[in-house]
Ligand binder design. Structure first.
Ligand code: C2E
Ligand code: CA
Ligand code: CA
Length: 568
């Protein structure tokens, strides 16, 4: 490691020379001795010492304290004050500058040495480039973020929905690595390698004006925090100019040397709010840039952010889908296995997305749940399906049972039972023509509320069916406790009954148990004749599945009703 460079600001030349001698014997390099505050400011910028020893009382207009304040406003150089006397007022002014040390003249060499070492340690700047080092960078980043991380922003971030604060100012964090620096070290020696680092550091500091802090982390790696930007593009522009600045040729030992860099960019708080994570993100993005051959920048892309951006787009579309009439209810027939006749239908929502085409409910129902949109979408399905049922009934297809799915969020909604009853009354459908499909786990997770809701529906006459039976808790005892009407055996059982004797036995047991409890049994997802034969043989009541028909738009479904299509 090279010697730490110290500048002396002292107007009594004998003391200054004495000091310089002591410092040299201690192993430091004295880069300059100046005698006024004005000179100190100029030379500190030019010589960039690692430390300044500053006399408090100086000749001229400016005293040491004022000079120190000015130096520290633009340079991060630790300053130790020297003074011959200590009146309280001076001491207080000194303290206000937050100095790295304070030495009373005449000083003891041992004390001086220790004070300097502590100051350098505390600051611990990178001795080669004189840039802040990693620990200083991290503490500065912490400082900046804690400052920005006021309660409101912090709380928002913790919700972990990056897209919610797209419009907040973003703080760009850059990780810059010089490409193939080892080649220079090997061919031109490590001294020249150090020169490159210093040169690049100098260029960056001089040409990029929006730097909050630039640090050398290790080897040929730098990190940088920029002032906050409104748009990512602003940071991208800076990255591009950094690449340009770095790639300007440099002359070393008569050779023209070309350096390039790989830059990784991450944004606080978009990508993360933790210091460690931000640095990791930026590093990963830098690595990505290296993989691409160097001399380029890459933005940090977390999977979460990519997904959330996609979700955000989907969410926006989903919000508009109802008003734009992009939803449609499809009807899948349920068929009585004894008579072969259609007994009713399950209403299944379809979304015709303007660009994506048909989007599966499995894809958007969870998002609708998360955003609460399921409440209005669910009510729309219910109203539409009940209305349609009423129309078909009036056209002579009677009795006709309509089944509508209810999801978790809907189920825990306040006044759900009243809201649903109100819709049925408005449509003027007989309550016992409506079946609400809920899952086992939904009931189990909200047992108390479920019990109340289910009872009030039952009193009103609405039927309840347990959807996807066998996939949830499979606790059979609650089948006795709740007044359910229907069990729908999940399609995963149906799929296996003809292949697996265990599944066969379970399915038979479910049907028998349900019957013993006076429950109707519907098999869902019936696709083959063998499955149908099995279900008939074991006295399953109804079936639903592609074998008879998939879900259909209302006009196609109406055709089936008119044809009087039967299961043979
Ligand atoms: P689910 O309630 O289990 O609905 C049955 C699913 O099985 C439907 O998928 C249906 O199209 C499909 N299906 C019908 N017959 C067969 C068959 O023979 N074989 C196979 N493999 N599949 C069959 P879909 O329409 O994609 O709906 C998926 C899920 O989305 C539904 O599962 C339901 O949980 C939910 N969902 C659909 N519409 C609504 C709605 O209006 N509200 C709520 N809350 N959820 C809905
Ligand atoms: Ca269902
Ligand atoms: Ca189901």
């Amino acid at each position: 490691m090279s010697k730490s460079k110290i500048m002396i600001v002292e107007d009594e030349s004998i003391i200054a020379e004495d000091l310089a001698d002591s410092l040299k014997t201690m192993g430091y390099a004295v880069v300059d001795i100046v005698s006024s505050g004005e000179e100190a400011i100029l030379m500190a910028a030019e010589k960039q010492p690692n430390l300044i020893l500053m006399d408090v009382m100086l000749q001229g207009k400016m005293d040491g304290i004022t000079a120190a304040e000015q130096i520290q406003s633009s340079l991060q150089i630790p300053i130790i004050f020297l003074t011959a006397y200590t009146d309280n007022k001076t001491l207080q002014r000194v303290k206000a500058t937050n100095p790295f040390g304070y030495i009373v003249k005449p000083f003891e060499e041992r004390n001086l040495h220790l004070t300097i070492e502590i100051a350098l340690q505390r600051h611990h700047y990178d001795p080669i480039t004189l840039l802040p080092n990693r620990s200083l960078f991290i503490s500065r980043l912490n400082e900046i973020l804690s400052h920005k991380n006021q309660a409101s922003l912090g709380d928002l971030c913790k919700i972990n929905k990056p897209h919610k604060y797209q419009n907040f100012p973003k703080i760009p964090i850059f990780y810059i690595s010089l490409d193939r620096i080892n080649r220079i070290k090997v061919t031109l020696g490590s001294k020249n390698g150090e020169l490159v680092l210093c040169n690049i550091a100098k260029r960056l500091k001089e040409s990029i004006s929006c730097i909050e802090i630039l640090a050398r982390l290790e080897a040929a790696e730098f990190a940088m925090i920029l002032n906050s930007v409104e748009q990512k593009q602003d940071a991208i522009d800076v990255a591009q100019s950094i690449l340009d600045i770095i790639s300007q040729p440099m002359v070393l030992e008569g050779y023209e040397v070309y350096i390039t860099a790989s830059i990784g960019i991450t944004f606080y708080p978009l990508d993360d709010i933790e210091v460690d994570e931000l640095l990791k993100n930026a590093n990963a993005a830098m690595y990505h840039a290296q993989q691409k051959g160097g001399n380029n920048y890459q933005l940090h892309k977390s999977e979460a952010v990519v997904i959330s951006l996609e979700q955000m787009a989907l969410e926006t579309n989903l919000r508009n889908a109802l008003k734009r009439s992009e939803f449609q209810v499809y009807y899948q027939p349920k068929v009585n296995l004894r008579t072969g006749k259609i007994t009713g239908a399950e209403a299944l929502i379809r979304w015709h997305h303007p660009e994506k085409g048909l989007v599966s409910p499995a894809e958007f129902i969870p998002l609708a749940e998360e955003t609460g949109l399921i409440i209005s979408i669910g009510e729309w399905v219910l109203r539409t399906a009940c209305n349609q049922t009423k129309i078909w009934q009036e056209a002579g297809f009677f009795p006709f049972q309509i089944a509508v799915n209810l999801s978790r969020r809907q189920f825990i909604q306040r006044n759900l039972e009243e809201r649903i009853i109100k819709i049925i009354q408005e449509v003027d459908l007989k309550p016992n023509n409506l079946e609400l499909e809920i899952t086992e786990s939904l009931v189990m997770q909200n047992e108390k509320a479920a019990s109340k809701i289910i009872k009030s529906w039952q009193e009103f006459g609405i039927k309840i069916s347990i959807d996807d039976f066998g996939t949830g808790y499979s606790s059979l005892s609650y089948l006795r406790e709740f007044p359910f009407d229907v069990i729908k055996i999940d399609k995963s059982f149906i799929r296996n009954i003809t292949a697996d004797s265990k599944t066969e036995a379970i399915t038979i047991a479910i049907i028998q148990m349900a019957h013993s409890l006076n429950l109707r049994v519907v098999a869902e997802g019936v696709e083959t004749q063998a499955e149908l034969d099995f279900l008939r043989k074991h006295k399953c009541d109804e079936m639903q599945g592609y074998l008879f028909s998939g879900p259909l738009p209302k006009s196609k479904f109406e055709q089936l009703l008119k044809e009087g299509k039967k299961l043979v």
